[in-house]
Design a binder for this molecule. Structure first.
Ligand code: HEM
Length: 314
């Protein structure tokens, strides 16, 4: 029997870019707004082409994610198997909040001018049909560091492994080629973080700061580092995700943050990571990154295969 080819995914497993924007929209309740949104989402690839041709190096990409609240009305199809709203996770000390978001546009380029140009054209096309509830401009900080000054993204898989970790396959044939994505905007308390010794910071992250080497894991009942809390293993082995976190900042307002974005073949894997970070493993030993970083948003989307998006307006 011949294997059915997986539909072409959006640009999920792309290398890190110099700049990115994370644009989250909600769609108005009216049928007309839903129609407009459907048609704009379906035309995303064309809008991307209009901008990409103007980029000297041609590097421009935009992934579109659709949230649970509007899935049925926007697509007219049953939802992907695991798609559900981001659900708040309340630990003893820290909370992963859930915030509204019907559409996510994850826009990447090496030039912020192109990103702004694309967002302008896109938002004009939506008009009153959608409201931007969040729009974060991310930048690359030195050697891929976050604003806690650690190299961020090292453990990400690349090439075929990255596809295997992020792209839905035969477990949900109607949505093969798609990917679950979770986003959270974190604000850092840099003053408190910088008052910690380098050794304490390294123990919190689980890697050395200067040269990015992995430190040994803590024992079963001990306080675990961030990298250990985010390692999910079961009888099927380790379940990895793909992160494309970006620092963002507004120094004049004292705002320094990390925009977390994780793509995964299985939504439960990211949910399990969040439970381990916020509730602790074992509870109440939460991820100490949270003592210096507050999650102010939290949303879940599904990024369907490229053709599914193009066919929405069919
Ligand atoms: C690893 C930073 C939030 C999942 C790391 C590393 C850093 C980091 C510096 C080590 C280097 C690397 O492998 O990338 C941050 C910051 C966050 C944040 C600053 C927000 C304040 C999250 C969240 C998740 C997550 C919310 C998942 C829900 C992971 C995973 C790894 C990792 C899977 C790799 C673990 C391994 O070594 O296999 N993060 N992270 N991170 N983080 Fe985060």
């Amino acid at each position: 029997m011949s294997e059915v080819a997986t539909p072409q995914p959006q640009d999920v497993a792309k290398p890190l870019s110099q700049s990115a924007a994370f644009l989250v929209l909600t769609i108005d309740e009216t049928e007309e707004a839903m129609r407009t949104a459907r048609s704009v989402v379906a035309s995303t690839d064309d809008l991307v082409k209009n901008v990409r041709i103007r980029a000297a190096d041609n590097f421009f990409s935009c992934n579109v994610g659709i949230g649970h609240r509007v899935w049925d009305r926007l697509t007219g199809k049953p939802a992907p198997k695991e798609l559900r709203p981001f659900s708040e996770i309340k630990g003893a000390k820290h909370t992963a909040v859930a915030t509204p978001g019907d559409l996510l546009f994850h826009i990447r380029a090496d030039n912020m001018g192109l990103i702004v140009e694309f967002e302008k054209i896109l938002l004009e096309a939506f008009g009153a049909a959608a409201t931007a509830v969040d729009d974060v401009a991310g930048f690359r900080y030195f050697d891929a560091r976050d604003l806690l000054e650690f190299v961020d993204g090292t453990a990400n898989a690349s090439g075929p492994d990255a596809e295997h970790d992020t792209i839905v396959g035969s477990e949900d044939p109607a949505y093969a080629g798609g990917s679950y994505v979770v986003t959270q905007k974190y604000l850092h308390n840099l003053g408190d973080w910088r008052s910690q010794s380098t050794e304490t910071q390294e123990a919190i992250i689980g890697r050395t700061k200067f040269d990015n080497l992995e430190l040994p894991d803590a024992g079963a009942d001990e306080q675990k580092a961030h990298k250990t809390l985010c390692t999910i293993e079961d009888e099927d082995g380790e379940h990895d995700i793909l992160r494309d976190n970006m620092p963002f900042a507004n120094p004049g307002k004292g705002e320094y943050g990390t925009y977390f974005i994780g793509y995964s073949r299985y939504l439960w894997v990211i949910e399990r990571m969040l439970e381990r970070m916020f509730i602790g493993a074992p509870p109440p030993l939460h991820d100490r990154i949270l003592d210096f970083s507050t999650a102010v948003t939290g949303s879940t989307f599904f990024v369907p295969a490229r053709q599914f998006i193009a066919d929405l307006d069919g």
